[in-house]
Design a protein around this ligand. Structure first.
Ligand code: SAM
Length: 279
């Protein structure tokens, strides 16, 4: 029996006019739509006169659903995955099912469309030739700082998702790890009525967001420019990194962080930091 196809269907991130013709046609022709939130997606489907049956596929039932959906695909049924907004699997459910589909030699077909990360990046005014997508940072401050510290000497643009209730905390942590002068862009409410895209240094962005409560509402993509320092661990580069860290942190903290970044011994870096501080 011919196996069905698993379609990964992007939907708009705010503006319904961003729905593609292919997305509509594919949602109409599949046997089943696996949606992150069926109540939310019902409105979208109704808007485009799509009456295909839906089943939920979210973070809490994903593991259990895989077997059931793979069985239907094996029987020749076609299934479309959609999330609440944008491209499924991008900080959204779907990965276990796509992984299982490949293992079962079931065809997987992407139907591309909106994605907040790419939409923000191309408008950010920061380098787009090389970037990394970090998704949501951890909710706990210590874990968040830890993740950011690992990115301190990353040269590629860094793309993050953030929610309104954590945006100030996030910008505060960006400031403490990357320093006040690193360029960043906040892309808020993309494609919607209150779309705002602002590039500035991290310290100005934090102040501006704090001073304007309306800038703390909605959905956010935050992009941070990569470092311009070459990622070699030559003595000269280690010194450069240490000097940057010393301008923001105490000697011990700077040496410890530098050791995490470069893999060099903490005590040697502490001695070097003391020497550099004397200069
Ligand atoms: N799959 C989606 C995509 O393709 O972008 C992302 C889903 S993720 C659960 C939701 C996050 O994406 C939001 O918290 C926000 O960080 C970002 N996001 C989604 N829509 C956005 C928009 N219109 N403007 C800015 N950020 C948005």
């Amino acid at each position: 029996m011919k196996k069905g196809t698993l379609y990964l269907i992007a939907t708009p991130i705010g503006n319904l006019e961003d729905m593609t013709f292919r997305a509509i046609n594919t949602l109409k022709k599949v046997d089943l739509v696996a949606a992150e939130d069926t109540r939310h997606s019902k409105k979208l489907l109704q808007h485009f006169n799509i009456s295909t049956p839906m089943i939920s596929l979210h973070a809490f039932n994903e593991a259990g659903r895989v077997k059931q959906l793979i069985a239907q695909l094996e029987e020749g049924k076609s299934i479309g995955i959609i999330s609440d907004a944008g491209t499924p699997l991008i900080s959204d459910p779907g990965y276990p099912l796509v992984h299982a589909a490949h293992a079962a030699k079931i065809p997987v077909a992407p139907i591309p469309g909106a994605c907040a990360a790419i939409t923000a990046l191309c408008a950010s005014g920061l380098p787009t030739d090389r970037f990394i997508f970090e998704g949501f940072l951890p909710a706990k401050k210590s874990a968040r700082l830890n993740r950011l510290e690992k990115l301190l000497i990353e040269q590629r643009s860094l793309v993050f998702y953030e929610s309104p209730h954590r945006i100030i905390d996030m910008l505060t942590d960006l400031l403490s790890v990357f320093g006040p002068d690193r360029l960043a862009t906040i892309a808020r409410e993309l494609t919607k009525q209150f779309e705002t895209i602002r590039q500035d240094n991290i310290s100005t962005l934090l102040e501006w967001t704090k001073e304007n409560p309306e800038q703390q509402l909605g959905e956010f993509v935050v992009i941070v420019a990569g470092t311009e320092i070459e990622t070699t661990t030559s003595d000269q580069e280690v010194e450069k990194i240490l000097l940057i860290l010393l301008s923001e942190l105490h000697t011990k903290q700077a040496a410890s962080l530098c050791s995490k970044i470069t893999g060099k011994k903490k005590n040697e870096l502490y001695e070097l930091a003391l020497k550099l501080s004397e200069k």
